[in-house]
Design a protein around this ligand. Structure first.
Ligand code: PEP
Ligand code: MG
Length: 322
């Protein structure tokens, strides 16, 4: 019942054998952060900033962005808030940017590609985030990273912006973690390289599945192929978490797999550190994690990593759930 679920809101997400994970929420507006109190969210694992850009007829200026990020930071009262830089393109359009029509928008001019080509956009956004960092615990995350050069360029711009704000004597947090989304297979396959340089990973299964399996995430004709339980996707997730573990970094997941109760024992077995999901999924997942045994989950994950098809994986997880 709702009441029983609410009882889990205040509990830490620790397995029976003592493995603690962080349960976080995905949000699209700072107002949603205010609504998180009482849901059991320990952090915001993904703040999708594109809605701030899409809900207007012109580019939000630095001050407008600063106010939004500051209110998200303040609403969470010192708990982490991961702000994802602009992820426009693909299915998300911004008419005032007058982007060219593309044959394959999901493979085209989107997210970090656009931001590196138009650094003015990124600089304004990073200035706003860094200024807001004085009011809470903000982290920065770059979307759609496909290779190390993109990451290094974006991180370089971040450092330049920080230096500029220092020169302007603008207050900022002392330390800000900077990470990347893992949502393109090339980045997952190079996770060991990225892990030396980034502070954290967040796996975006919504896009990772689309790009790994070559299945348009919006196309119903092929949706039967779209499945995060595909063994190839699971192998990539394992590689990413293992790489972060080896380098003393952490891996989160902000794609919808993180909020799926069926996936939870598998993700626990793979060692996922931070789980970010729609606020409505939090209490169920927390309750489930509290009843999991990590060692059992590791055995389950081992077995699953040896499977051939999504159907086999699903069957094993359904059996485990009972
Ligand atoms: C993802 O790709 O999994 C993700 C969380 O980002 P979005 O759904 O906003 O593309
Ligand atoms: Mg994505």
């Amino acid at each position: 019942s709702r009441q029983q679920l609410l009882a889990y809101a205040d509990k830490a997400a620790v397995t029976v054998d003592g493995f603690k994970v962080e349960i976080a929420a995905n949000i699209g507006t700072p107002e949603e952060a205010l609504g998180l109190l009482g849901t059991g969210a320990e952090a915001v694992g993904l703040y999708r900033t594109e809605f701030l850009f899409m809900s207007r007829s012109s580019m939000p200026d630095e001050e407008t962005q600063f106010q939004a990020y500051k209110s998200a930071a303040e609403a969470m009262q010192g708990r982490p808030v991961i702000i994802r830089t602009l992820d426009i393109g693909g299915d998300k359009e911004l008419p005032y940017l007058e982007l060219p029509h593309e044959l394959n928008p999901f493979l085209g001019y989107r997210a970090i590609r656009l931001c590196l080509d138009r650094p003015d956009l990124l600089v304004t956004q990073l200035r706003a985030i860094l200024r807001a960092s004085a009011y809470g615990n903000l982290k920065v995350m770059f979307p759609m990273i496909s290779g190390l050069e993109e990451w290094r360029k974006a991180k370089g711009i971040f450092e330049e912006v920080r230096e500029q704000l220092r020169l302007e004597s603008i207050p900022m947090a002392e330390k800000i973690e900077v990470g990347i989304m893992i949502e393109i297979p090339s980045a997952a396959l190079q996770a060991d390289r990225f892990a030396k340089e980034v502070d954290f990973f967040s796996i975006g299964t919504n896009d990772l599945v689309q790009y790994t399996l070559a299945v348009d995430r919006m196309n119903e004709k092929v949706s039967y192929l779209y499945d995060y339980f595909h063994p190839a996707v699971i192998r990539l997730i394992k590689q990413v978490i293992d790489a972060s573990d080896r380098h003393g970094k952490w891996t989160g997941m902000c794609g919808s797999m993180a909020g799926d109760p069926l996936a939870a024992p598998l993700l626990m077995g793979l060692g996922l550190h931070e789980w970010s999901m729609s606020p409505s999924a939090i209490q169920k997942i927390k309750r489930q994690i509290i009843n999991l045994n990590r060692r059992d989950c590791q055995e389950l994950a081992e077995r699953i990593l040896d499977m051939d098809t999504p159907a086999e994986v699903r069957k094993a997880l359904e059996a485990y759930q009972k």
